[in-house]
Write a protein that binds this ligand. Structure first.
Ligand code: ADP
Ligand code: ASP
Ligand code: MG
Length: 470
């Protein structure tokens, strides 16, 4: 079971989480993964960036703040003085390490990806001992464990991927004996370590991924992701107020949603469990009486077509274009090679049939590097003017409609365009995977919400519950 940032956001939330852990642990062995308390990782990343600028004044107040935040929760959760003191000293040790990391960064005015991972992973190392102490206080044996002892990853800092073989060995060796004794391991989400022991992170929102990695490594019966919404919804509830909880969805559908920005799941969450078929539940820790969403191989894909919508706005569209492109046979290959060389996250590619223009939509964070790589790759053609431009447009968003049953239903694309046309939403590019699980559209950023609302209405997603129950 994984508890997200808001689910361990303060003493009350942790109390709710520990009650869920207590109930579950009474029935069967459980491994718990925890995120940092909400807001903490953002503050750490921001602190790392300030330190890189050479700033130091903010460091002491930040350490005091984080100390207060965690100790306040600790004090209201744990009555026993000895136990409290032990956890408080563990928290202080981690904070002392944070202080050294930030001062070192500030002194060097250099923030390596490795240092950023060390700093941004501190939040989980603070929350795990706190939650473990709170579980212990309920009379259920629990122990905080750093995922650096369990999850072995590649060295790609900021976006590391697990090495499943070694992870399975380590996680089993370390956790199975605890589970056999009915001790609940409380594991730090988000972080991992290379085979050499260097700490990495799995990318923002990565605790979801930690949970399914461990679920797969331990052959879990199921993985439950406790969060602050009732499950996977038909759209981001902050953008579409009428969004409904989807009772069951397939790995493929959920993976598409996660990939195209549905924040409720880290993009790679479903990868480790899909082959093994471990069901994943998304449930609300604030309303544990609700069932939430079950993610399975089949996903109960009845009904017609579109199941959910998603959108990403932190993207940039890059176009490579010019009349000369028609005669260049390897334009796509070279463009891909250039974006791949920078490890850019490419969401969508589209090429017009006249072949005058190729457009990529990538994460805004990758824009600079990708643009430089493309300009370099096409430097000779740009000089000869066969390629006229390599341009970027940051004012775009991707809106995607997802559903396995879209396959073979001919009207979906037509209805999408008609609905958007009615709302005067200009579609700048389109892509549909051959899997036909999704149609993704590039629209102006300012039209994103209008597009979501129009499509939610068009595909009657507010009636979702009614149609699936009926
Ligand atoms: P946690 O801290 O538990 O990991 P996150 O904030 O990362 O929680 O993810 C949960 C949030 O994801 C929800 O509060 C919701 O605003 C957002 N979200 C975006 N798209 C969806 C969706 N399709 N279904 C449910 N929630 C979504
Ligand atoms: N704490 C990390 C983050 O904020 C990981 C997570 O919450 O899943 O990105
Ligand atoms: Mg999350």
């Amino acid at each position: 079971m994984k508890f997200g940032g808001t689910s361990v956001g303060d003493a009350n939330c942790i109390q709710r989480a520990t009650t869920i852990i207590e109930t579950t642990a009474a029935q069967r062995p459980v491994v718990v993964v925890v995120s940092a308390m909400s807001g903490v990782t953002n503050r750490l990343v921001n602190a790392a960036q300030r330190a890189e600028q050479g700033e130091q004044d903010f460091i002491s107040p930040l350490i005091v703040d984080l100390h207060t935040q965690h100790i306040t929760a600790l004090e209201s959760l744990i009555a026993n003085n000895a136990r409290r003191a032990q956890t408080a000293s563990a928290i202080r040790e981690v904070l002392a390490e944070l202080e050294r990391l930030l001062r070192g960064t500030a002194m060097l005015r250099e923030l390596t990806p490795r240092a950023l991972d060390a700093i941004s992973g501190i939040g989980e190392r603070l929350s795990a001992p706190l939650v473990a102490a709170a579980v212990n206080a309920l009379g259920v044996q629990a122990v905080a464990i750093s995922a650096t002892e369990l999850i072995v990853s590649d060295p790609h800092h900021g976006r590391a991927e697990p090495l499943m073989g070694p992870t399975k060995n380590r996680a089993t060796a370390r956790l199975k004996p605890l589970l056999d004794q009915r001790i609940v391991p409380i594991v730090t989400g988000f972080i991992a370590a290379t085979p050499e022991g260097v700490q990495t992170t799995l990318g923002r929102g990565g605790s979801d991924y930690s949970a399914t990695i461990l679920g797969a490594a331990l052959d879990a019966q199921e993985t439950v992701i406790w969060t602050d919404v009732d499950g996977v919804k038909t759209a981001d509830p902050r953008l579409v107020p009428g969004a409904q909880t989807i009772p069951e969805i397939s790995y493929n559908e959920a993976a598409e949603l996660a990939y195209f920005g549905a924040k409720v799941l880290h993009p790679n969450t479903l990868r480790p469990v899909t082959a093994a078929g471990v069901p994943v539940w998304i449930r609300n820790s604030f309303k544990p009486e609700n069932l939430g969403t079950k993610i399975t191989a089949k996903g109960n894909s009845t009904g017609g077509g579109v199941k959910a919508l998603t959108a990403i706005k932190d993207v940039t569209m890059i176009t490579v274009g010019g009349p000369g492109i028609v005669g260049l046979p390897d334009v796509l290959a070279r463009s891909f090679a250039a974006t791949a060389s920078t490890r850019s996250n490419v969401f969508l590619v589209s090429q017009s049939s006249s072949q005058n223009d190729i457009c990529f939509v990538i994460s805004s964070a990758d824009e600079k590097r990708a643009l430089a790589a493309l300009r370099e790759a096409f430097a000779p053609e740009i000089a000869e003017q066969t390629v006229e431009h390599v341009n970027t447009n940051p004012d775009v968003a991707i809106v995607a409609a997802v559903g396995e049953n879209m396959r073979g239903i001919p009207g979906v694309a037509g209805r999408t365009f008609t609905a958007l046309g009615r709302e005067n939403v200009n579609i700048m590019a389109i892509a549909q995977g051959s899997s036909e699980y999704n149609i993704s559209l590039v629209v102006e950023k300012s039209a994103m919400q209008r597009a979501l609302t129009a499509l939610h209405h068009e595909f009657r997603l507010s009636e979702f519950l009614v149609t699936t129950k009926g």
